[in-house]
Every structure is written in C-alpha cells, then in structure tokens.
Design a protein around this ligand. Sequence first.
Ligand code: CP
Length: 301
Amino acid sequence: MSKSLVSITDLSKDEILHILDVAAEFEKNREQSFLEGKVVASLFFEPSTRTRLSFEAAINRLGARVIGFPDNKNTSQSKGETLEDTIKIVSNYVDLIVMRHPMEGAAKIASEVSPVPVVNAGDGANQHPTQTLLDLYAIQKTQGTLDGLTINMVGDLRYGRTVHSLSQAMSAFDSKFIFTAPEELRMPRKYLHELEGKGIPYIETEDLDAHLRDCDILYMTRVQQERFPSKEDYDRVKDTYILKADMLQGVRDNMKVLHPLPRINEVSTDVDSTHYAYYFEQAGGGLYVRMAVISYLLGYR
Ligand code: CP
C-alpha cells in the first residue's frame, strides 16, 4: 500500500522539515511540470475555499491534471454508495486522492481501501495535516525557527481540527502551549495527554487578555458552527473571543497572529493592517506546501 497522509503523525520530524524545504524551493519557482501525465482526484464532501483551490492549483502547477467534485450532491453517494466503494472506484482512475469529508476517520477508511496515496484535506473535527504543514511553514518563515516557541491557541479547540494536528506537530519542536478556550470548547483530553506523556508544558485558560503578551504565535480559530449539536449551543460561545488591534499593545514584537481561515468575527478587520497579522500570507503558502506534499507522496521530491 502506498504512503498516505491521514494524520500529521504519519510524518516524522525529518519528513516535515523536508516538505517545508521543498515548499520553499517551489515558492522560489512555482512553474514545475514534472508530474505531467499524472491525474489527481480532488474529492470534497464538505465545503472549502482555500484547501480545495490551493490543492487544485498545486496539481496544475506540477503539470498533473485534476478530476473531482467540490461537493457530493451529484455523485453516486446520493444514491447510497459507501465511501469505501467510491474510493475503490476513483483509485482506479488516478495516481493520488485528496479528500475532505465531514466524518472523523473518513480519511483513514479511504486510505485503507485505496492502492494510491490519500491526502486528508480535513476529516470532521479530527485532523487537517496539510493545514498544519502550511501553519508550520508560516511559523518558520516569521520566526526564523520552529524550535522553542510559545504558541497560544484560541477559540474552538474542541471541534477545530487544525489545532489538533498543530499541537501534535509542534510538540516535536520543544514548544510551550497556551490553550485559551471556554469550558465547552477545551482542547480534547487525548491531545493534552499526549503532551503530558512527552513532558511538554501547557496551560489552559479562559482569559485571552491574560496571556496575549506571553506568546510568539497567537493562533486564532473560528467557532465551528457546523459541528455543534444545536444552534443554542453555538450561540452561547460564538462571540467568546474577538481580537481587536488595540488589544495587541505590549505583545512580543515578533508575535504573529495566525488563523486557518475562514474567519467570522474572531479577528477584527482592524488587526489586518497591523504588523502582527500574517493569516493571508499563511494561506498563500498553502500552494507551495501542497505542491511539496503531492510531490513527496508520489516519490518525486
Ligand atoms: N483552512 C481551511 O481549511 O480553509 P477552507 O475550509 O476554505 O479549505
């Protein structure tokens, strides 16, 4: 079975650093065409702007072709076909599958029945490993290193898959963590236990202002409305944290605000023009990182 990227833990620290190096090469020259003749499937069972379009741009920039769908309304899943059967069929046609799905564990299921690599482009509230790689790319670029940093993750740490993958990845780089969330949206115990097992320090807090000045990376997240059991539950916490420019007085000069995007209101637009904002550049790096992931999994870099 070929190598898939289902969880960020599928990659060693050396593999992560290699992918980031290749992404930097591609950023210097993005007109690559060494995948001419390859076909990649882009299967999005859940909405996306950045991930799907940057993957599809990456596939095109590498010289490969792309097939797929941006939602599953017009696929045979609407007739009741299982995910396993869909993947078994699509994998006959392509060299690699990129898939986003609302169900936790969907990417693992797909990777187990696919003879070609599967890249998890987000599975429910579980994992988003290529987002993590582009987060690391942004962190490395802005801080000059991945080592010894303090990262403050803010917002929906329960349902936000990006913070799950990112905490696992950053734990390989001697990081310290601040988890800022209301009680209902705390980081799941599973990820806290992993950090404890590795002796990595973290604190949990509900107070955003108290720790804004203690971090190198402020990683803001959207409250994931689509994963809440009811609108009332969502409404209770949706406006818990709203970062405004005047709250950034006294933060570390090197501090950058990251966000996987899309944002709703958790980062006010007046933050955009401060030198702390890096979320749009962060998303831009996704193209190069995804070019590097595809190249690596297909054995080209
Ligand atoms: N960050 C992210 O996954 O964005 P999209 O949902 O737009 O792909």
